[in-house]
Design a protein around this ligand. Structure first.
Ligand SMILES: O=P(O)(O)OC[C@H]1O[C@H](OP(=O)(O)OP(=O)(O)O)[C@H](O)[C@@H]1O
Ligand SMILES: O=c1cc[nH]c(=O)[nH]1
Ligand SMILES: [Mg+2]
Length: 209
């Protein structure tokens, strides 16, 4: 299963709050971080563990489990992906951050790249791409193309809301990439916005609406 629509009650409750028409910038931003954190918990369930021996509190040696080897880079897609970043790094504090700047041309709906800065050893890392909205999928596919061009082999995507059209586009272009989302909504409207969706997530997070 490559698409994980998370069914946790806290995720559903918090996403429901985010859909309110009159939500404040403060609340939207806080909830985006909280849902991102919960989705990160789900998306990291298969991280590999190894057993190591440490001196335990009683003086006896003790076997404990710790995360094995694989390092992580989190990849926020500017701007809106930044609204999820703190939630993700709360759980993976040693992750490196690789940034992709893309905006969606409002007429063509095609992504326009304007910035990129990747961690040097990106090919060795699990990349977790974060963006609140997977709409047509153009921005996400462009980001995944960039990551793979730089040698990234293991990639996961975390979004707050996904449209069926965006999921299909990502799956067609990058069938190996797993998607974690708080909801799969109905469709896109004539302007490429997700329905019912969240509206313009970047504007709501940055207070620019
Ligand atoms: O799946 P797509 O059709 O490509 O649309 C989704 C993209 O659109 C939004 O960004 P936007 O272009 O509004 O930029 P912003 O984050 O700077 O507001 C959103 O955050 C995604 O990056
Ligand atoms: O519904 C959408 C689609 C693209 N970008 C957004 O912020 N929201
Ligand atoms: Mg926007």
């Amino acid at each position: 299963m490559r698409v994980h629509a998370i069914q946790h009650p806290l995720v559903k409750h918090k996403l429901g709050l985010m859909r309110a028409a009159d939500i404040s910038t403060k609340s939207f931003r806080e909830l985006a971080g909280e849902v991102a954190k919960l989705l990160t918990y789900e998306a990291t369930q298969d991280l590999e563990l190894e057993t190591i021996e440490i001196p335990g509190w009683s003086g006896e040696p003790l076997e404990v489990e710790q995360l094995k080897g694989k390092k992580v880079t989190v990849v926020p897609i500017l701007r809106a992906g930044l609204g999820m970043l703190d939630g993700v790094t709360d759980l993976i504090p040693s992750a490196r951050i690789s940034v992709v700047g893309l905006y969606r041309n409002e007429e063509t709906l095609e992504p326009v790249p304007y910035f990129e800065k990747f961690t040097n050893d990106i090919a060795e890392r699990l990349a977790i791409v974060i963006d609140p909205m997977l709409a047509t999928g153009g921005s996400m596919v462009a980001t995944l193309d960039m990551l793979k061009e730089r040698g990234c082999r293991q990639i996961k995507v975390i979004v707050l809301v996904a449209a069926p059209e965006g999921i299909a586009r990502v799956q067609a272009a990058h069938p190996d990439v797993e998607i974690y989302t708080a909801a799969i909504d109905e469709r896109l409207d004539e302007h490429g916005y997700i329905v019912p969706g969240l509206g313009d997530a970047g504007d709501k997070i940055f207070g620019t609406r």
